[in-house]
Design a protein around this ligand. Structure first.
Ligand SMILES: [Fe+2]
Length: 267
């Protein structure tokens, strides 16, 4: 196929990590070879594309299918993340979403996921997606604690209220399939007093105050502003994410602001 135009982009580094790619002239996501987008995503961990018109769901699936196998759920391949009035699952609520990696309860966790922003919250309306660079967290963690983490298994339990749930056990540290780097795989607990669908987290070999202290330390390291990129959504943003190097969550919405994202996951 001959391209009607040559893609021109401007690249800007985001802080403390990430890459903003802005189209300079007419553009289409499909002008970027999936292998190129994958390389950018592994290099920068999060890639924000601006000035690329959103694809309809079918075209998005076709594009991502060239990148890798798509993770399918009961609802299909593309999840519409919208704020609901009376949601069963906190993902669709107005609360924050604590850090996690996608696919903890799936057979295989996706390597990447991609968001399209159909409707961003109003300015100041919250709902930013927050990414924590787990490779950097590990780099900053003392060797002794890293060794303890390396031998730690974590159990997650949640009721299936939505499209995922059950019980799963995961080592706290894993290896990035593309870079070979050590990554942190951790989902923060969801307190039943605050969230509609709590997630209980058990650290093998720890209980009571010990487990509490272990999780508080982990939380502080993951939330260190120096390892976190906060993405403020704009209409039309397309964001590709390395689901292995990063953990992610969401800030609560403020006022009655709303948001509509579409998400697709690549195995
Ligand atoms: Fe997620």
């Amino acid at each position: 196929m001959t391209k009607a135009h040559e893609l021109r982009v401007q690249e800007t580094p985001l802080a403390p990590f990430g890459r903003l790619v802005t189209a300079d002239g007419p553009a289409d996501l499909r002008d970027i070879a999936p292998a190129t987008l994958e390389r950018w995503t592994v290099e920068s961990k999060v890639v924000v594309l601006r000035g690329f018109p959103l694809l309809d769901k079918e075209d998005l699936v076709d594009y991502c299918a060239q990148w890798g196998e798509i993770l399918h759920w009961d609802f299909g391949a593309v999840l519409d993340l919208v704020v609901q009035e009376d949601p069963k699952n906190y993902l669709f609520s107005r609360t924050d979403v604590p850090f996690h990696w996608d696919g903890a309860f799936a057979k295989t966790a996706p390597r990447y996921f991609l968001f399209q922003c159909v409707e961003a919250p109003v300015a100041g309306g919250g709902g930013e997606t927050v990414f924590s660079d787990s490779v950097e967290v590990l780099r900053r963690t003392p060797e002794e604690l890293r060794r303890e983490w390396a031998g730690t298994q974590v159990t997650y339990r949640t009721e299936k209220l939505g499209y995922y749930g059950g019980e799963t056990v995961s080592p706290l540290l894993a290896e990035h399939s593309e870079t070979g780097e050590t990554i942190l795989r951790y989902g923060e607990p969801l307190d039943p007093a605050k969230y509609k669908n709590p997630v209980w987290v058990d650290i093998a070999g720890k209980s009571g105050a010990d487990a509490e202290a272990f999780m508080t330390d982990l939380r502080d390291r993951m939330h260190d502003p120096e390892v976190c990129y906060h993405h403020e959504w704009q209409d039309g943003d397309i964001v590709a994410v390395d689901n292995q190097a990063l953990l992610h969550g969401r800030n609560a919405f403020r006022g009655n602001s709303s948001r509509h994202l579409q998400r697709i996951q690549i195995l």
